[in-house]
Design a protein around this ligand. Structure first.
Ligand SMILES: Cc1cc2nc3c(=O)[nH]c(=O)nc-3n(C[C@H](O)[C@H](O)[C@H](O)COP(=O)(O)OP(=O)(O)OC[C@H]3O[C@@H](n4cnc5c(N)ncnc54)[C@H](O)[C@@H]3O)c2cc1C
Length: 423
């Protein structure tokens, strides 16, 4: 059956899809979001960054999120045996919100989708995008409901926000391997039993296995005495553990002594989940009549909780370009969407690479921190990865971080100032 085309058809009602839909509906466009699942549904990615709060504010969704009662988050802690480092987002150099949330994504994503509807978008659930043809003047999108009803839409533009579904990347053969090796995450929700005061519940805790420093854990507290707990490692490392999923999981927790002590009264309240090989990339972030948002385009690694922030920033950029295009202005998706989006993705790529090669861990745990550099690193960890005034952002961030790590390893502090490339 042929469906009338909305102005914009959005694939998926995750954070990227809902925020893009809201921003475009606010500008008066007809937006149809097609989501294949029914909400609320589980999703991984529960710790947000402060810049995502800024983006929710700009999308007119922050009041609803504040009313949602999510766990307040103001920073991150890093622990490796006796090494400890704390980042408070209030210390960031970039202007903007300095707090955020730790969320059950089932509730958070549902709330954002309802907010998109409140702003004027239509959201349909149980509808999957199964085909797309972008050879004509307007894209032709085929959808199928769970009952098997097929509809063909001719929207003016398609935004793919289908996350790990990677719908357009698959259908248009845009997928390409990530530059990162295959890693796996095992995770669950726990009743954490953490003694009051033993841990700052307003911060994500990133723990490092002291004997395998590329094996790390996340502990993301929720408000009700529950937490999200996950371990990330190579597949080879995971293969060392025997027993049931639970036994393997708690054995890995036990390999991090400080975490084992913190969680000695904990038990799981949700079965252990696993995602293997989550890193993904694409050959192009846009094409005729379409653009890819959030995880539908690129996913690096969970270590700095950057996924939702990248998703929301991509939604913001796409909505801006599309609005100008619809108003008849000449736009360049490369210069106004892909290049600016990649600037921040490159920042996070630098930080993820530095995490696994150990250089960023050396910077994070360096005892005699230079305060101004600490604030710049803090800005990126708070999600402000697109700030061109911060020396540790963008394509040159890799060189700067390498220089800083070398200074930290040599134990010098005066040189650390020079490593920023700034006075
Ligand atoms: C182990 C792990 C831990 C992570 N931890 C964090 C974290 O702490 N913080 C963080 O910010 N990020 C984290 N992430 C990343 C985070 O999960 C994603 O980046 C984020 O969910 C991306 O949002 P999105 O809107 O792009 O896509 P999603 O949230 O994945 O939403 C996509 C939606 O599209 C729908 N869909 C898919 N295919 C179709 C189709 N063909 N038709 C219609 N609908 C479709 C799906 O049902 C889904 O609802 C983590 C990722 C992993 C793997």
């Amino acid at each position: 059956m042929a469906g009338v085309g909305p102005d914009v058809l959005v694939v998926g009602a995750g954070p990227a899809g809902s925020v893009a839909a809201a921003l475009l509906a606010q500008r008066g466009y007809q937006v149809l979001v097609q989501e294949r699942q029914h909400f609320p549904r589980f999703s991984i990615g529960e710790s947000l960054l402060a810049y995502s709060t800024q983006l929710l504010l700009e999308a007119g969704m922050l009041d609803a999120v504040l009313a949602g009662g999510f766990q307040f988050k103001n920073g991150a802690t890093f622990v490796c045996d006796e090494l400890y480092s704390e980042f408070n987002f209030a210390n960031k150099v970039t202007a903007g919100c300095s707090f955020t949330f730790q969320v059950l994504r089932s509730e958070f994503d549902h709330l954002l989708a309802k907010e998109a509807e409140r702003h004027g978008a239509t959201v349909s659930y149980g509808v999957e995008i199964t085909a797309i043809d972008v050879r004509g003047a307007q894209p032709q999108v085929t959808t199928r409901t769970e009952a098997g009803d097929v509809t063909v839409y001719r929207p003016r533009f398609v935004l793919d926000a289908s996350g790990f579904g990677r719908t357009l990347a698959r259908l248009l053969e845009l997928e390409q391997p990530s530059s990162f090796p295959v890693r796996a995450a095992r995770f669950c929700h726990i009743k954490d039993g953490i003694v009051a005061g033993a841990f700052d519940r307003q911060k994500i805790r990133i723990g490092i296995n002291p004997t395998n420093r590329d094996v790390w854990s996340w502990l993301i507290p929720f408000p009700n005495g529950h937490s999200s707990l996950g371990i990330v490692a190579s597949r080879d490392h995971l293969a060392r553990y025997a027993g049931t999923d639970e036994q393997q999981f708690w054995a890995m927790v036990g390999d991090e002594p400080k975490l084992r002590i913190l969680l000695e009264a904990a038990h799981t309240v949700r079965p252990i989940g696993e995602i293997v090989g989550y890193a993904a990339s694409v050959k192009a972030l846009h094409g005729p009549g379409f653009a890819l948002l959030g995880n539908a385009a690129e996913f690096l690694d969970p270590v700095f909780s950057s996924g939702v922030t990248i998703a929301l920033h991509s939604a913001k950029l796409a909505a801006q370009v599309l609005d100008r295009q619809f108003r008849g202005e000449a736009v360049s998706w490369q210069q106004e969407f892909t290049d600016p989006l990649m600037f921040g993705i490159e920042t996070f790529r630098t930080f993820v690479s530095g995490w696994y090669d150990g250089s960023l861990q050396d910077v994070i745990f360096y005892p005699d921190k230079n305060p101004s550099i600490h604030r710049m690193i803090c800005s990126v960890l708070a999600g402000y990865a697109w700030d061109p005034a911060n020396p540790y952002t963008g394509p040159s961030s890799a060189r700067r971080l390498r220089a800083l790590a070398a200074v930290c390893r040599a134990g010098g502090l005066a040189g650390a100032e020079a490593a920023t490339g700034r006075p």
